[in-house]
Design a protein around this ligand. Structure first.
Ligand SMILES: [Zn+2]
Length: 444
């Protein structure tokens, strides 16, 4: 699996968080199903935006890239995203990229201009297949800008000839640097080989990035990815999230305010191809769902992950103490194009059954179902926090937030926080000294 990674010139936004979570869950589920996964995800460490920022800050492009790559991995670790099995950096593959561009020139599908080397897309059979658009419809509206030497508006740059003040590499066309579309086709084919299984990324990469990656492989007669997986937009207040719209929210900021596991749950509540809405309400809903899961883990004293008492479900092998029928229902949902909303519905159904069984005095059934919930959550990368100390820390943090909200007369927020505490199993009392908590009997 090759997943297009970030261009490291700024802090990641919450849309990056979604794609990272979607492909993390896909990878975990493939492993759960018994596959060994080579998960390659690149770092684009040379690009116009990196160069612009390095000029603004009067430092090197590599200093910018390494600074923001560190921020990227910190955010990924906080999200609980597994590190890819290989992380190629574009600047390590420039020689191979030059080699592929030479092949494309020799094959007569690429041509040199005064500012670079371009691919002639009308020489590529099936160009537009991935975008589901004909060459004509892609061409309409596109035009060659004045001063450009491209033969057709859709032709794209493979090699950019050096401009003053830019990092450069040698090539048969003089000093310069590779175009973005060439990076990914070279690194994916180079590390995974022809006909690799899955190429992924966010939906905004379908065109032109993935179409253009594919075009280079097709032009050289190489078989490229056999499956494409694209995750949908992150919407905020009905608008696509993007930096240019100004509704850009940094992932790092979000993770400071929200439990990272709640964002994972929020993402999984929608199908990966659908858009998701990230609003205070959808975040609060996800936090509430997470609190119910944690409360279940506490009730059955499952402890925090990795809890050796929770048997792993791996390679489809169901260990004793797990409800095999529930695991099968989960698998049917996930096998259906990664239907995570359906899989979560199964999990929350099990959660209700576990609580009802225990309420009715059948602790044994309750325990078996609760362990199944924890095992299936772990398969999705969602670790439950069952230990009391952690729960108490969380409750105390909510109390502090609630007292601050009440002092500032933000009563809606205070009510929200009350509900959150109640879901965690607390009785909330308002006293002159602030919020006081009592443990509700029976819920552990
Ligand atoms: Zn890419």
């Amino acid at each position: 699996m090759y997943v297009c990674g970030p261009t490291v010139y700024d802090v990641p936004h919450i849309g990056h968080g979604r794609f990272a979570l979607v492909f993390d869950v896909l990878r975990r589920y493939l492993e759960f199903s018994g596959y060994e996964v080579d998960h390659v995800s690149n770092i684009t460490d040379i690009d116009d935006k990196i160069i612009r920022r390095s000029n603004d800050e009067a430092c090197s492009a590599s200093a910018i890239a390494s600074r923001y790559e560190t921020v990227w991995w910190d955010a990924m670790d906080a999200l609980g995203v597994l590190r890819p099995t290989a992380v190629p950096h574009a600047t390590e593959f420039v020689e191979q990229m030059v080699g592929m561009i030479e092949e494309l020139v020799q094959a007569g599908v690429a041509y040199e201009t005064s500012d670079g080397v371009y691919l002639a897309v009308d020489k590529v059979p099936g160009y537009g297949l991935l975008a589901h658009q004909s060459l004509d419809s892609l061409r309409s509206g596109a035009r060659v800008e004045p001063g450009e030497e491209k033969r057709s508006p859709l032709d794209f740059v493979l090699w950019k000839k050096a401009k003053p003040g830019e990092p450069t590499w040698p090539s048969p066309w003089g000093e310069g640097r590779p175009g973005w579309h060439t990076e990914c086709v070279v690194m994916s084919l180079g590390l995974l080989g022809e006909g690799f299984d899955i190429h992924g990324g966010a939906v905004d990469l379908v065109f032109p990035h993935h179409e253009n990656e594919r075009a280079q492989a097709v032009a050289l007669g190489r078989s490229f990815a056999t499956h494409w997986v694209h995750n949908g937009w992150v919407m905020m207040g009905g608008e696509k999230m993007s930096k240019s719209l100004g509704n850009f929210t940094s992932l790092t900021d979000m993770l400071e305010r929200t439990d990272a596991r709640a964002y994972r749950l929020l993402v999984l509540r929608s199908h990966y191809r659908s858009p998701i809405e990230v609003t205070p309400q959808t975040v609060a809903d996800a936090e509430e769902g997470l609190a119910r899961l944690d409360a279940l883990a506490r009730r059955f004293a499952l402890g925090s992950h990795p809890d050796p008492s929770v048997p792993a479900v791996r390679a489809g092998a169901v260990e004793a103490g797990i409800d095999a029928g529930a695991v099968e229902r989960f698998r049917v949902r996930m096998d259906d194009d990664l239907d995570t909303p359906g899989a979560l519905a199964e999990i929350f159904d099990l959660l209700r059954q576990a609580n009802s069984a225990a309420d009715a005095g059948d602790e044994e059934t309750g325990y078996r179902l609760a362990r199944t919930v924890a095992a299936l959550c772990a398969a999705l990368g969602l670790d439950l926090h069952g230990d009391q100390e952690m729960a108490d820390d969380r409750a105390q943090a909510l109390v502090a937030k609630r007292d601050a909200a009440r002092a500032a007369r933000r009563f809606d927020e205070a009510d929200e926080l009350r509900r959150e505490l109640e879901v965690l199993g607390w009785i909330v009392e308002d006293t002159p000294g602030g919020t006081r908590l009592h443990r509700r009997s029976g819920s552990g």
